[in-house]
Design a protein around this ligand. Structure first.
Ligand code: PLP
Ligand code: ZN
Length: 417
């Protein structure tokens, strides 16, 4: 297969690097690197979105990824998740075309699998043998699974706020795990910048790793392939912003190739108690600073007091797409978890946040009648059992196993009660 990826380009200084260099951030200025493609060649060659229709995973869009040998591809069938139409919440809001992109069904239970399938495969391709990430839980489990499968030696640091289940999953999949303690998020960034420089440590952290978020482009490909058009708006919970930025890049590529005639408004969602993007957006800033307290939210996966490199990419996606940065309250998150569960999907609180934001955006009139909207449901509730308890509680009713008790509980025969 032809390799359309041309170079790595620095966001800040504009220097270009070869794709086979083992780089995280720009060696000259520390800026974030982005994969550039030969769009003219792609436009000549690519007539349909799925470039390998026999494959039922995100690898069916392989021409949109940096090229690599088949032998290096580490896959568990990630991507191509169900796009589930809302039957209750949408109609109750007067919106007939609300969809949930159900990534709780990914191999390790979260959308992180898309990114790590690609990033671990590519790391093998360029000869990386050892790597590192920190994680709020889901990324750690996912990297652990793909690295073990691919034979890579990784150290995963899981934030101390992550549920015990999430912490244990990292070890279960085989990676060396350490619980990460810190007071402010900026400390992690400083630690990693030094480890990169002085130890040459290859990192899998979103954006610091220039490959991982390329896989999130597949949201755009899958949704446009299935709906036959891009949605009017897409809601995504935002931690580092790899998800929302990658999806936005995917839509822009489809637009540039003439495979989609519209771009969605991108909505980034955070818990109100740590909503640094909403704060920056409300003030028209292009960079976000420290804000709030991550310990105050149940949405562990999107709890950070400040973003990587000022969150400039996330804000760019939001401004350029005419979107929104939103914050949702803790109660709204729990309500949305129950709304979503009634549609048949048990998402963790971070995922329910995007549904809570959708409800807000409809009430405020930002979402108009007839619009098509996709909410990404990024991770399964099963890995955060205490949140399930909080949203649903233990059953209150009891039944002793005899007929009379059952009859009393049901309140009589059907239709004759
Ligand atoms: C990691 C994560 C997010 C945030 O994703 P980013 O790419 O870091 O913005 C959202 N939801 C869940 C469930 C996650 O695990
Ligand atoms: Zn640079």
């Amino acid at each position: 297969m032809k390799n359309y990826a041309a170079a790595l380009l620095c966001d800040d200084c504009g220097r270009e690097y070869g794709l086979r260099e083992r780089l995280n951030t720009c060696p000259a200025c520390g800026g974030l690197l982005e994969v550039q493609y030969d769009m003219a060649a792609m436009k000549r060659d690519i007539r349909r979105i799925a470039t390998d229709e026999r494959v039922h995973s995100m690898w069916r869009y392989r021409a949109f990824f940096p090229g690599m040998a088949d032998a290096n591809v580490v896959t568990l069938g990630e991507g191509c998740s169900p796009l589930v139409k809302s039957v209750h919440l949408g109609p109750s809001l007067g919106l007939e075309n609300i969809y949930f992109k159900n990534d709780t069904m990914m191999p390790t239970g979260s959308f992180k699998d898309r990114g790590f399938s690609l990033a671990v495969s590519y790391a093998k391709e360029i000869g990386v043998t050892r790597g590192f990430t920190y994680s709020s839980g889901n990324a750690g489990a996912s990297l652990s699974a793909y690295a073990s499968r691919g034979g890579l030696d990784v150290l995963v640091c899981v934030e101390c706020v992550a549920s015990e289940t999430k912490q244990a999953m990292v070890g279960l999949y085989g990676a060396r795990t350490a619980v990460l303690e810190f007071e402010r998020f900026a400390q992690i960034e400083t630690m990693l910048a030094r480890a990169s420089k002085e130890l040459g440590l290859y990192q899998f952290v979103n954006f610091i790793n220039p490959i991982r978020h390329e896989a999130m482009k597949t949201y755009a490909y899958e949704i446009v392939e299935e709906l036959g058009r891009a949605p009017d708006a897409m809601f995504h919970p935002v931690g580092t912003g790899g998800g929302i930025w990658g999806a936005w890049k995917g839509y822009r590529e489809l637009g540039a190739l003439g495979l989609s005639d519209r771009l969605p408004r991108m909505v980034g969602v955070q818990p109100a108690v740590t909503a640094h993007f909403r704060e920056a957006f409300a003030q028209g800033r292009r960079e976000a600073g420290a804000y709030g307290d991550p310990a105050k939210t149940i949405a562990q996966s999107i709890a950070a007091d400040s973003p990587i490199q000022g969150g400039r990419r996330v804000l760019r996606a939001i401004y350029d797409s005419n979107g929104l940065a939103m914050g949702v309250a803790e109660e709204e998150i729990l309500d949305a978890m129950r709304d979503l569960a009634r549609e048949g999907i048990a998402g963790e609180p971070a995922s329910a946040a995007s549904v809570a934001a959708l409800k807000q955006a409809r009430r405020s009139g930002w979402l108009k009648d007839g619009e098509t909207v996709v909410c990404v449901i990024t991770g399964s509730a099963l890995k955060q059992p205490s949140a399930v308890m909080k949203a649903a509680g233990v059953p209150k009713e009891r039944l002793h196993a005899d007929y009379e008790s059952l009859r009393a509980l049901l309140g009589g025969a059907e239709g004759r009660a």
